[in-house]
Ligand binder design. Structure first.
Ligand code: GCU
Length: 681
């Protein structure tokens, strides 16, 4: 071989290597290979539709589908499919039918994903109807591009250069969402700036909506309840004030002129200092209905959040129920109450919010947090599908046994005009979108469960791994096991047995069970939640305590109320338990707590070992980046264990059982750690 040829071969080799191995995670789970000219000449992708979404589906298949002929059809009679699809195969043809254009796009991604997973799809018959009508991401993105509780860099939305400059990532974002069935997005933080509703910002919003439309994604906005006063110059924002009502009507009209398929508003009102109808002596229903009336002519929705609590003597966990149950039945049919999965705030484990089982005549939706505010930010590997499923599968006993949160919110138990499910996004400007490569799995899992809440966490994990890394069986099996246990692991090293909210003040990353800010709100202090003293630990929410148990339907009420029947993974949520209490394992509560913290640490050590063994299956960059994150996670797990055990030991006054790993820190040294407030990034 001549030197010149050798040189060319070498360059080609490098190119192939970088193509195959240079990996930064930016492609997410979308790693379809372009089909060769030969394959594309052999098969046809046909449709009569000229709808841009259908044409996009056709294009995706033209580019990546290696299988047989495909026909894409819209059948307006098939309303029962909603925005799902039906695929049937006959001979060498796949016929895909949908009621809506987006259904065909979802079907295209469905078969492309199956193809990439290596599934047999020549003879393929399937019907998919989504569990929820609205599958929505909530971005907590501020207009200055900081992200509240965002850990993957600044916001994707470059407001300053919109609408003139359109980052290519807007379309990539839309495509990624469409590929997992997400069909709606709230662009801005629930702590909303009134500025978002100014004409200047609305033209920016329109630019994004115009890009997302083809992907079947509707844009929603978080609105500040004081907008009429702040940007409209009105005297107040009282929902019963005719001028205020008119201001909203006109504002809504202005929005729909720009964005004809605008989705609606998300509202955080009278919560954590945000303005709301109660500022004028009105109720949440007055506020929500006023907006609902303004948006009704355009078929828009109002998602009204139930995340409300005040620093009163009342147990924080009871307050959403107390505010909203009396209003049951008073909301318009285009209002849906958006309820966090747990009654406090996205903790590693909470029981479900009892409101789900109590409102009979009000549409309700679950809000999950995909961003890991309380789960190690984007440093810890925590696969959230098991957490999402735990809530969805919880039986609220709303109409006797079997009324799960999934069935209440998807419209099975009681018909609701539009069902919905929300996830607080973990997406930012980082190259890999989510900060941690494995956090992509949580975005993916949210989409998949919003589409079909019957899917198992395991199947979703496997699918994601195959699409994102490799189909190799050993890799998929071992890493799936790690993912599936990872949520319980974080519960163990942070807050086992129902402990909650013992985080360092405000930034919610590290442990601070001793935390106390003189003069600060009690319900923001760890001691408010753990109540540790020389007798025991835990929050007494039984009939002899705050009586939060009464908000649950029977048999849960009695089950939670009795220390003997309360599930142990929530025992310290509902009970103040003596250090010597005998647990089911035969250990005392103190020993059991120690054992859980230790198990959490040992499991992260096992993840490190497992990941190192996976080196040959994964590209160098992602392997290394995940390896580095696991190093942080193990340090943090040990930090959590030592901080919590050494602190609680000052009350229990018992030895840490000798079979568990010894603390490596001094309590006093841990108390000195002050992390900078990471409110935004
Ligand atoms: C949590 C979070 C806040 C957020 C709030 C909400 O309290 O820490 O940053 O604004 O939830 O959901 O509104």
């Amino acid at each position: 071989m001549s030197l010149r040829r050798a040189h060319i071969v070498y360059i080609l080799f490098i190119l192939i290597c970088t193509q195959t191995f240079a990996e930064d995670g930016s492609q997410l789970w979308l790693r379809f290979e372009k089909v060769s000219a030969e394959i594309s000449a052999k098969r046809t992708i046909k449709t009569k539709s000229v709808d841009p979404t259908v044409l996009l589906a056709k294009q995706e298949l033209e580019d990546y589908w290696k299988g047989n002929n495909v026909e894409l059809l819209i059948d307006r009679k098939l309303t029962k499919l909603k925005d799902g699809f039906k695929i049937t195969s006959s001979g060498s043809k796949l016929q895909i039918v949908a009621n809506k254009p987006a259904g065909l796009l979802y079907a295209a991604y469905h078969i492309l994903q199956k193809q990439n997973e290596g599934a047999e799809i020549t003879h393929y018959n399937v019907e998919e109807i989504p569990s929820y009508d609205i599958r929505i991401l909530n971005h907590w993105d501020n207009l200055d591009r900081t992200v509240e509780r965002g850990y993957a860099g600044y916001s994707l939305w470059k407001w300053a250069e919109l609408p003139q400059v359109l980052s290519p990532r807007y379309e990539e974002y839309a495509r990624a969402n469409a590929s997992i069935g997400i069909n709606a997005t709230v662009l801005n933080n629930v702590n909303a700036s009134p500025q978002i509703l100014t004409p200047e910002y609305l033209t920016k919003v329109k630019a994004l909506a115009d890009i997302f439309r083809k992907y079947g994604i509707k844009v929603y906005l978080s609105v500040n309840f004081s907008s009429p006063k702040v940007i409209g110059g009105l005297e107040n924002s009282d929902p019963l004030n005719k001028d205020v009502q008119l201001w909203w009507k006109n504002k809504v009209k202005e929005i729909y002129q720009l964005i004809p398929d605008f989705g609606g508003f998300l509202v955080k009102a009278n919560s954590e200092g945000q303005p709301g109808p109660q500022d004028y002596g009105r109720t949440h229903a007055d506020g929500a209905n006023m907006l609902a009336d303004a948006i009704k002519p355009y078929s828009g929705m109002i998602m009204w959040r139930a995340f409300v609590y005040n620093p009163t003597k009342e147990d924080r966990a009871k307050q959403a129920y107390q505010e909203f149950v009396p209003l049951d039945g008073q909301f318009r049919d285009n209002v849906i109450i958006q309820i966090k999965n747990g009654p406090i705030d996205f903790q590693p484990r909470e029981p479900f919010t009892p409101l789900f089982g109590a409102m009979r005549n009000t549409a309700q939706m679950v809000e999950f947090q995909i961003t890991q505010e309380y789960l190690g930010f984007s440093n810890h590997l925590v696969y959230l599908a098991p957490l999402f499923k735990e809530t969805l599968d919880s039986d609220a006993y709303a109409d006797g046994a079997g009324t799960t949160i999934a069935k209440i919110t998807d419209g099975t138990v009681r018909k609701i005009s539009k069902s919905a499910i929300a996830g607080v996004a973990n997406i930012g400007e980082d190259v890999n979108w989510t900060g941690h490569h494995f956090a992509q799995a949580n975005w993916f899992a949210f989409g998949k469960l919003a589409w079909n809440h019957q899917l198992s966490s395991e199947d979703i994990a496997k699918e994601w791994l195959k699409l994102t890394f490799t189909k190799d069986e050993t890799f998929v099996k071992d890493v799936t096991d790690m993912m599936l246990t990872s949520r319980e692991t974080v519960v163990n090293y942070m807050m086992p047995l129902g402990l909650h909210h013992i985080f360092a003040f405000d930034h919610h990353y590290g442990p601070e069970p001793w935390g106390n800010m003189p003069g600060g709100r009690a319900d923001w202090m760890p001691w408010y939640y753990h109540n540790a003293n020389e007798k025991g630990v835990g929050f007494n929410r039984t009939t002899s305590g705050s009586n939060a148990v009464v908000q649950y339907n029977e048999p849960l009420r009695s089950l939670f109320n009795d220390i003997q029947t309360c599930p142990e993974n929530l025992i310290l949520w509902f009970h103040h338990v003596s250090w010597d209490h005998k647990m089911k394992s035969g250990l005392t509560l103190w020993e059991e707590i120690c054992t859980h913290y230790d198990r959490g640490v040992q499991d992260v050590r096992a993840y490190q070992r497992l990941w190192d063994k996976m080196e040959s299956y994964v590209d160098a960059q992602r392997f290394k980046e995940i390896q580095s994150k696991l190093k942080i996670q193990i340090k943090d797990a040990v930090w959590w264990k030592d901080a919590c055990l050494l602190y609680f030991q000052t009350f229990s006054r018992k030895p840490i059982p000798y079979y568990i790993e010894r603390p490596i820190h001094e309590l006093e040294e841990l108390k000195k750690i002050k992390l900078p407030l990471k409110h935004h990034n």
